[in-house]
Design a protein around this ligand. Structure first.
Ligand code: ASP
Ligand code: MG
Length: 444
């Protein structure tokens, strides 16, 4: 057999990919639970992608904000919180304070602090916010993977830790980096199968970080918030994996957020296309970019609960005839509705629309729903002040621009009258859009 066939054969037979999100590793007990799941997960080679622990990414965003605002007191406080959080988990996991993990995590924290310490030298024009973001926020995953790796080894799990920046190559769109599939494929295929061939012990794990990558210049990049699912999909695709499992704190993919609808049910099977639609409309259970590569390579995606690992969860796969079990509700909170009209009360024409889309793209603002009338064009977007504030200022130069904040966007797949009533109830409808399968309403 040619080496490439041999490689495909080997992976198809063996490699599985697991992804553990922040909620699964938010405490010492969480890490112990993950180790248990991994120990029980069978004998074949397993690539594991891990996120930052708990709410670490948010905490790093806070640290970054304080650093960029040149507020040293706040920097010390937010840095201290991060340090305490991680070291209290380390102390609960490792009885021996001379264990090398302490030095390793300490050195990651030192690097982070070294970066922040340049605070007074920070010149915004040099790199920009998105660049700084990736350099700082990526430490969450570097730290969590180091802790999990050492814990697995201490429990007798053969684990090899890989720096994902040596494996996933991206462009330099900081905070939303695009993957170079060709280069990443080569890097991954060079490193991972060889590692498993060299370590044939049953239960061997290749552990790496989600969310981050590296550009051709050697800078750390990130793939966008919640990007670790996508990292796992990149590995699954590049390794021709048989299956990829995302371990979550919910029983699987639900038809609604149980916090919103206590009678929400777990969808046992889901076609790729339905999952893509759900992710597109904002179902936070799966990152929007994750499913496409899996579908292309026909890799089954399992969504399972790390709290109830004995349960089957949801299986996303190629299903020809899917019987729609129930309407599916997706809520996006903190939405903003922006209405854009030409200043001279003229009609909205194709020229205006193409200009508006160009502006939206240049501010990297994603449109969740849009609608136009004769004299105005309305869009519903996530209210991300970093992006939306400057966008509105810019639009105001040439257009009459008005906006409403604090809105909810509901998308109902396979809607019924009953389902619509459940979400709209007594709320004020600001915008509504219907197609055959999907209804979207923006409500106040
Ligand atoms: N840690 C990153 C975040 O919280 C990536 C992820 O968890 O998927 O967004
Ligand atoms: Mg997360």
């Amino acid at each position: 057999m040619k080496p490439v066939f041999l490689f495909r054969y080997f992976c198809r037979m063996y490699i599985n990919v697991f992804k553990f999100g922040g909620a699964s590793v938010n405490s010492a007990a969480g890490i112990k639970n993950v180790a248990e799941i991994l120990k029980k997960s069978g004998s074949g080679p397993l690539l594991v992608v891990v996120s930052a622990m708990g709410k670490t990414t948010n905490a790093l965003e806070e640290l970054l904000k304080n650093y960029l605002e040149n507020d040293p007191l706040a920097v010390v406080e937010s840095y201290g919180k991060l340090w305490n959080f991680h070291f209290s988990i380390l102390e609960a996991l490792f009885a021996d304070i001379n264990h090398p993990v302490f030095g390793e995590v300490d050195s990651l924290f030192n690097q982070l602090r070294g970066y922040i310490r340049k605070g007074h030298l920070y010149t915004p024009s040099l790199h920009g916010y998105d660049f700084e973001y990736d350099q700082v926020v990526s430490y969450g995953e570097l730290i969590s993977s180091s802790i999990l790796h050492h814990y697995l080894v201490s429990r007798g799990c053969p684990s090899g830790l890989f720096d994902v920046r040596d494996l996933i190559r991206t462009d330099s769109t900081f905070r939303d980096a695009r993957v170079d599939w060709e280069v990443s494929g080569k890097l991954i295929q060079k490193a991972i199968p060889g590692y498993f061939l060299d370590h044939p012990e049953p239960g061997t794990i290749a552990l790496t970080q989600g969310f981050i990558g590296r550009d051709a210049e050697g800078n750390t990049t990130t793939l966008g918030r919640e990007g670790s699912d996508f990292s796992a999909a990149i590995f699954a695709w590049c390794l021709h994996a048989r299956e990829m499992t995302i371990w979550k704190d919910v029983p699987g993919v639900m038809n609604a957020d149980p916090k919103l609808m206590p009678d929400a049910v777990c969808l046992k099977k889901l076609p790729y296309l339905e999952a893509i639609e759900m992710a597109y409309y904002g179902a936070s259970v799966i990152h929007p970019k994750t499913i496409k590569p899996l579908q292309n390579a026909n890799i089954v995606l399992k969504v399972r609960s790390f709290l109830y690992p004995e349960q089957e969860g949801t299986s996303v796969e190629n299903i020809r005839e899917w019987k729609i079990p129930t309407p599916i509700f997706i809520r996006k909170q903190n939405q903003m509705l922006i209405s854009i009209s030409p200043r001279d009360f003229s009609f909205i024409l194709e020229e205006n629309l193409s200009e508006i889309f160009r502006i939206l793209a240049s501010f990297r603002v994603k449109v969740n729903v849009m609608q136009n009338s004769a004299i105005s064009f309305s869009i519903c977007v996530d209210n991300d002040p970093q992006k939306v504030g400057p966008l509105i200022d810019y639009l105001k130069k040439d257009y009459e621009t008005r906006y409403n904040e604090g809105l909810d966007l509901f998308t109902i797949r396979h809607y019924t009258n009953d389902a619509i009533h459940r979400v709209v109830a007594k709320r004020k409808i600001m915008m509504e859009l219907r197609s055959r399968n999907t209804l979207q309403v923006v409500v106040k």
